[in-house]
Design a protein around this ligand. Structure first.
Ligand SMILES: Nc1ncnc2c1ncn2[C@@H]1O[C@H](COP(=O)(O)OP(=O)(O)OP(=O)(O)O)[C@@H](O)[C@H]1O
Ligand SMILES: [Mg+2]
Length: 419
């Protein structure tokens, strides 16, 4: 069993390294206690993808070293987030025969998942995750917990997440260069949903939208299972670029204007309110209407929401989301976003913040922000993996082999299985 879990979130705008200690509460549940946190400004990343390995490696070193200094020990292994438009997803089926005497075992489930994973992939693509969506036992579909069921045949509907081998290798290099082993590459929306969704939302049907600096990740959950994922090449940087282009202001100035005065609800801003900023080609600051700034942001945010609407429509899940949309990621803090979303998408919307309800102690106020949903979600993902490892070891020690291991596989899959 791992005593600590580390996470490295390599985003387009920031890199965040976190380490937590695995503890047990009085009921025996595993929880986390944050030991260290380190951040660095990102460089060498474009739209979630490593473009310059030495630059990213140096930025990762900065974040990792800060985290290590804070906790006084080294990071030896870590869960690392992955995103970018090279990510593809597809649904696939796998089958396994079942020995009727024992009923369905963990190995049968594993075999079925491996079958689902064996899909023909385009060249230079590899599988990152194979996630069970639903199980079918002897033709009976929608089975939630197949373990132990007497049957001849087990089938799985799986969601396969793939990525470009080149993009994966570049990302891996930037981490292993520091002597850090990668526990697992985790698709970012799979991590962030762990930090912000309520179990009820995941059961009823919800879309998590992680709006970062360079990417917007969309993941749909229904009946406790992941149904659909899309990584979009758009994020907060587009909003900042729009402001910069229209106002003729440098990126840094536009970013500051967005963070200080930005909103996507221009009608809430007084018509005569002015703000001042530097622009290209002029020494003195220039004044701008704050409402005009809001109109620029509203136009791009509306376009982004319309794209999300279209992606949900194309996926066939638009009408199956009673819990609506949960926005997270740094850009979800743009004032008025959930109101605008309710207007554009016509469904409930809220901002998801990793907060006190999570099994994590020592979460600083600064970390309780949508900006850290992926980083914290990576730790939670690791915690679930850790639980699986403990139970697997227990199964091996108690020599009860397949049946116990099967039970543990169920725990591992618990967030991914329907209902
Ligand atoms: N209060 C705020 N209002 C509006 N936007 C904000 C606010 N705070 C942060 N942002 C925006 O959030 C973005 C960064 O978000 P985040 O840290 O989630 O991105 P990232 O993880 O680095 O990038 P990505 O996940 O896209 O690769 C930036 O574009 C920033 O301008
Ligand atoms: Mg991010």
């Amino acid at each position: 069993m791992q005593e600590t879990i580390s996470a490295i979130d390599i985003g387009t705008t920031k890199i965040c390294a976190l380490t937590a200690e695995v503890t047990h509460d009085s009921l025996g549940n595993m929880t986390l206690r944050i030991l260290g946190e380190g951040q660095a400004k990102s460089r060498g990343i474009r739209r979630g993808v490593v473009m310059n390995v030495p630059e990213v490696t140096a930025a990762v070193a900065e974040a990792v070293e800060k985290c290590e200094r804070e906790m006084g020990q080294q990071i030896v292994n870590a869960y690392v987030g992955i995103a970018g438009s090279h990510i593809g997803t597809l649904n696939s089926k796998g089958v396994s025969p079942v020995d009727r005497r024992h009923g369905v075992t963990g190995q049968d489930m594993q075999r079925a998942l491996e079958g689902a994973r064996a899909v023909a992939l385009p060249q230079n693509q590899e599988v990152i995750h194979t996630i069970a969506r639903q199980w079918t036992v002897d033709g009976q579909s929608g089975v939630q917990h197949p373990v132990g069921m007497s049957a001849y045949r087990l089938e799985v509907d799986a969601h396969i997440v793939t990525g470009s081998s080149t993009a994966i290798n570049n990302l891996v290099q930037c981490v292993v260069a520091h002597g850090i082993d990668i526990d697992e590459l985790v698709l970012e929306p799979l991590a962030s949903n762990e930090a912000v969704l309520k179990p009820e939302e995941r059961r009823m049907g919800v879309a998590v939208v992680d709006m970062g600096g360079g990417t917007t990740d969309l993941a749909v959950f229904r009946e406790d299972g992941l149904c659909h994922t899309v990584i979009l090449d758009m994020g907060g940087n587009h909003l900042t670029n729009d402001l910069g282009n229209v106002l003729h202001a440098p990126f840094e100035t536009a970013e500051e204007l967005k963070l200080r005065y930005g909103t996507v609800l221009p009608e809430r801003v007084a018509e005569d309110e002015k703000v001042w900023a530097n622009v290209f080609g002029e020494k003195a600051e220039r004044s701008f209407s704050r409402r005009f700034i809001a109109e620029i942001l509203e136009a791009r945010a509306t376009e982004m929401l319309e794209i999300i609407h279209k992606k949900l429509e194309d996926s066939g899940y638009l009408e199956q989301l009673p819990a609506g949309i949960v926005f997270t990621g740094g850009s979800s803090q743009l004032p008025g976003l959930s109101e605008l979303s309710r207007e554009v998408l016509g469904m409930p919307a809220r901002i998801g913040i990793p907060a006190a309800h999570l099994p994590i102690h020592g979460l600083s106020r600064a970390l309780q922000s949508p900006t850290y949903a992926t980083s914290i979600g990576l730790l939670l993902w690791g915690l679930h993996e850790d639980a699986r490892a403990v139970h697997r070891r227990f199964a091996a020690e108690s020599n009860t082999g397949s049946i116990d291991w099967a039970g543990q596989t169920m725990r591992w899959l618990k967030n991914l299985l329907p209902g």
